[in-house]
Design a protein around this ligand. Structure first.
Ligand SMILES: [Zn+2]
Ligand SMILES: [Zn+2]
Ligand SMILES: [Zn+2]
Length: 288
């Protein structure tokens, strides 16, 4: 994530700030400007004269983004199709953490120039999120044709850490889940939908995605990753099935880009134009 400063007093800001702790200005995140902007009387007017409003979910989920209409919600909140019941205190706590991760994911996708299409406008291939509490039923995190389901139990640090250690997944974080699941969506929209040489290339790199998924899952949890996997895979989970290889690689690509952006923003690395970089190895050797 890039570094932000208050436009009123130049104090450093965090991506989540809704108020400047130095000068007290109300703040919101402008997706179009990719910047945190000052809010006056609940509004912000941009350079083109358009007026923006604080997302109505600031109190509900801590959303700091701008919305196009008064009392409306922002693009990120718009993508959430289902959330926990107001009475589900545990679910609502994790819901805030999930929404925060989702906003970071959208900034990731914007940076890559991926056009996010909402399921509201395209009910067939558009994107939406079901952020579900497992308080009353079992929830499985996953992607199915544009619908991403997140088990909000992952917002509970103790639960997530327990699973992380049991499955030996160093990158198990809420944002990690969003980056992994969006990888499945990207694969579906940009690789499988494209077909032809793009699909051939993906099969050469990740394997044939038509391989039986259930069989792959059973094998993975019975036998674990094959010996010597670090030579050819980004994670042990990626060895399970070509779909998971793609999603894991995608998630790690976003982790790497984000790390580089943060390192650069705080003067720890030379600026790298990520859009010019074609290989992970390039990125790592140029930065460190
Ligand atoms: Zn300030
Ligand atoms: Zn919002
Ligand atoms: Zn997956």
């Amino acid at each position: 994530m890039r570094a932000f400063r208050c436009r009123v007093c130049a104090n450093p800001l965090h991506f989540e700030n809704s108020v400047c702790v130095s000068c007290g200005s109300d703040l919101a995140f402008s997706r179009t400007e990719v910047d945190i902007v000052p809010i006056v009387a609940g509004r912000y007017t941009d350079a083109d004269g358009a007026t923006w409003h604080i997302c109505r979910n600031l109190g509900l989920s801590g959303c700091t983004w701008l919305a196009a209409t008064p009392g409306g919600q922002c693009v990120s909140c718009d993508l959430t199709r289902t959330r926990p019941n107001d009475a589900d205190a545990r679910g609502m706590r994790s819901f805030q953490i999930a929404e925060r991760a989702k906003r970071r994911l959208i900034v990731d996708l914007d940076r890559l120039g991926f056009e996010i299409e909402s399921r509201r406008t395209n009910p067939t291939t558009g994107l939406c999120f079901d952020l579900l509490s497992d308080t009353h039923e079992d929830v499985v995190t996953g992607h199915d044709q544009g619908v991403i389901t997140i088990n909000l139990a992952e917002g509970d640090d103790a639960y997530r850490e327990r699973v992380r250690v049991r499955l030996d997944e160093p990158y198990r974080t809420m944002l990690g889940h969003f980056r992994h699941e969006i990888g499945h969506y990207i694969q579906w929209r940009l690789v499988e939908a494209a077909g032809g040489s793009i699909l051939d290339r993906a099969r050469a790199l990740f394997g044939d995605e038509r391989a039986d998924y259930e069989e792959a899952v059973n094998r993975h949890y019975a036998d674990g990753a094959p010996a010597g996997w670090p030579g050819s895979f980004i994670s042990a989970y990626a060895t399970m099935h070509p779909y998971e290889d793609f999603a894991e690689t995608w998630a790690h690509y976003l982790h790497i880009c984000d790390t580089i952006e943060t390192s650069t923003a705080y003067g720890l690395a030379e600026p790298v134009a990520l859009e010019d970089v074609v290989a992970f190895r390039d990125v790592v050797t140029r930065v460190w």
